[in-house]
Ligand binder design. Structure first.
Ligand SMILES: C[S@@+](CC[C@H](N)C(=O)[O-])C[C@H]1O[C@@H](n2cnc3c(N)ncnc32)[C@H](O)[C@@H]1O
Length: 424
């Protein structure tokens, strides 16, 4: 059964609208955005121009609840992750920023049942499952059940939806019982994650990404992909990964590459530069690094409408989750009287047929990067950065046992780049 009626969306913690752009591609319309940062608001105002769209600010302001439309179908919230991420301050769900989701759920609770959205779509970092022994998950999911929502969640890698970026995030779908089944959104697709390739791809024309800031304990190695962008606190400069490019030696992506790697059109965050704090374009990295990958949201938007049955082979793996167990990579709960069920679902939902159905395509990293306009070149990784990384990597035992050929080829490429950069 399919319900192709466009759904009305209210977006909280909108950022630059990754969630909403994906939902729009699936035919749904966002009525209202709530976002604090003026840089992000400038992007929303530029790109979501329909006359009905409102862009408002702080969700903690008095009157937030009454400013929400009296009826709407979907509430999106890629809520702040600073207190839940490995790199953050890890204060957990009681932290001032990540705890804002509890404020949202309190506001929903105060509204009459028919004024609450039928669907909630939430997103956060994968580390949320582990922080505080799973406390954040327990609190948020417990509140959803208390509010009468059925819920499901699944860890998903954006790479599965055709983007050459490894980015694992948890997506939550919750709905009122009359609205359907959240398992039909998250568990109607499944595929096997392809094996990881540990080869010097750049020699044969495949671009490969890695974290040049690491090299002691990890590399973030990506064959035909970049590892996820790391965004530190709002005051830190972003450190994009490096790319061994078959035609351009060792480079770092531009901000417009970063936008494309998240599924936005190039230049999506340019309106932020008109805002006084972003004259250097620094905040654009922050906005892109925090965003929901657009094609993953397109998938969620299609599945909310398409009302597919969840896949039988996934439901067959469902087992009651014993109290105080670790939170698995996927789970659901169909009501307060039902168990929490863990599900063995991969973080790679999309088959090629799924991509085709959603109008998405798998992009290679070299293909996505393409040529920069006006014959411009990407910034090359500096001599100092290359040498620093090479020395750390050389001292480490990374790849020594499992991929000695890649290790040797990478060291050779780094040394050649160092020579090149020292001469330029
Ligand atoms: C993880 S980002 C969301 C990114 C967004 N989903 C996207 O695709 O771009 C969280 C956002 O919440 C915003 N935010 C934080 N506190 C807020 C508040 N009190 N009211 C409204 N927005 C807030 C931040 O400025 C940030 O842009």
């Amino acid at each position: 059964m399919s319900d192709k009626r466009p759904l009305n969306v209210v977006s909280l913690f909108s950022g630059v609208g990754g969630f909403e752009l994906g939902l729009q591609a699936a035919g749904h319309e966002t009525l209202q955005f709530w976002e604090l940062m003026p840089e992000a608001q400038a992007c929303l105002r530029k790109h979501f121009r329909a006359s009905t769209v409102e862009v408002d600010g702080d969700i903690t302001r008095t009157g937030f609840s009454t400013a929400l439309p009296s009826r709407f179908d979907v509430l999106t919230a890629g809520f702040p992750c600073q207190d839940l991420s490995q790199a953050g301050r890890t204060e957990g769900i009681s932290g001032a920023r990540s705890g804002l989701i509890l404020h949202v759920l309190d506001v929903l609770e105060q509204r009459p049942l028919n004024a609450r959205p039928s669907w909630l779509l939430l997103e956060n970092v994968a580390f949320m499952r582990h922080i505080g022994g799973g406390h954040a998950m327990k609190i948020v999911l417990g509140r959803l059940t208390q509010l009468g929502y059925r819920w499901a969640y699944r860890q998903v890698d954006s790479n599965a939806f055709g983007l050459p970026q490894r980015r694992k995030r948890i997506y939550f779908a919750a709905c009122q019982p009359a609205a359907g089944d959240p398992r039909s959104v998250l568990f109607a697709d499944d595929s096997a994650r392809p094996d990881r390739v540990m080869a010097p791809g750049w020699i044969d024309g495949t671009a490969c990404g890695f974290y040049w800031t690491e090299g002691n304990r990890g590399l973030g190695w990506g064959y035909d992909l970049v590892p996820a962008f790391k965004v530190g606190s709002s005051l830190q400069l972003p450190s994009p990964p490096a790319i061994l490019h078959p035609a351009e030696s060792i480079v770092t992506p531009t901000i417009s590459d970063a936008e494309a790697l998240q599924g936005f059109e190039r230049g999506w965050t340019a309106p932020a530069e008109g805002v006084h704090r972003d004259r250097q374009g620094r905040w654009r990295w922050h906005l892109v690094g925090n965003a929901v990958s657009v094609p993953v949201s397109t998938w969620l938007g299609h599945r909310i409408s398409s009302r597919r049955k969840p896949l039988a082979h996934l439901l067959e793996t469902a087992r009651p989750l014993p109290a105080d167990s670790k939170w698995p990579a996927a789970a659901y709960r169909m009501g307060a009287d039902e168990d929490v069920m863990s599900v063995e679902a991969s973080d790679w939902p999309a088959t090629s047929a799924t991509l085709e159905e959603l109008g998405l395509r798998r992009q290679t990293l070299a293909g996505l990067l393409g040529d920069l306009p006006d014959g411009k070149r990407r910034p090359r990784l500096s001599y100092r950065a290359t040498k620093g990384f090479r020395v750390r990597f050389e001292r480490s035992s990374l790849l020594k046992r499992n991929s000695p050929e890649l290790r040797a080829a990478l060291l050779e490429a780094l040394r050649a780049h160092e020579v090149d950069m020292s001469a330029s």
